[in-house]
Design a protein around this ligand. Sequence first.
Ligand code: NI
Length: 171
Amino acid sequence: MPYIREIITDGHPTLRKVAKKVDLKELDDPLFQQLIDDMFETMYAAPGVGLAAPQVNVSKRMFVIDVNDDEHDPAVVINPKIELAEEEVELTEGCLSVPGYVGEITRFARVAVSGLDRNGEKIRLEGGGLFAQCLQHEIDHLNGVLYIDKAKNVRLPQTDEEREIAETAEA
Ligand code: NI
């Protein structure tokens, strides 16, 4: 059974580490598969649209994403790599590890990311909008970067839209 793990917040040293690449052998470990299930459970409970392993205090290069649109299925991405990034845009963003705040950040409008699924098969995710924003946000987590490092005007949310971003943070 999956269970909800604690999401660590800004100030915890794990969030600032460069996470380690996942070894293919780890995929056979039931505890690793459990971690993936737990990350989905934790993301949905938060609620959030993405969650990176360092946020549950596991310094490995993997994240889960579910932006709940018609174009993209929920996914876990292991050892992700950005293959394509196009056109810069300024977006409002929050983070489950920086609860209650939002800020303005420059992101790429469209990205493609390659990596492995939970069975070790190669996958490629591509898209724009919130999906692209979230992919970049989660990969930043794997490099020890929080959005507040790059964002302008980090603040308590002022509008309903900003409150929603703060509450369903990530992105
Ligand atoms: Ni985050």
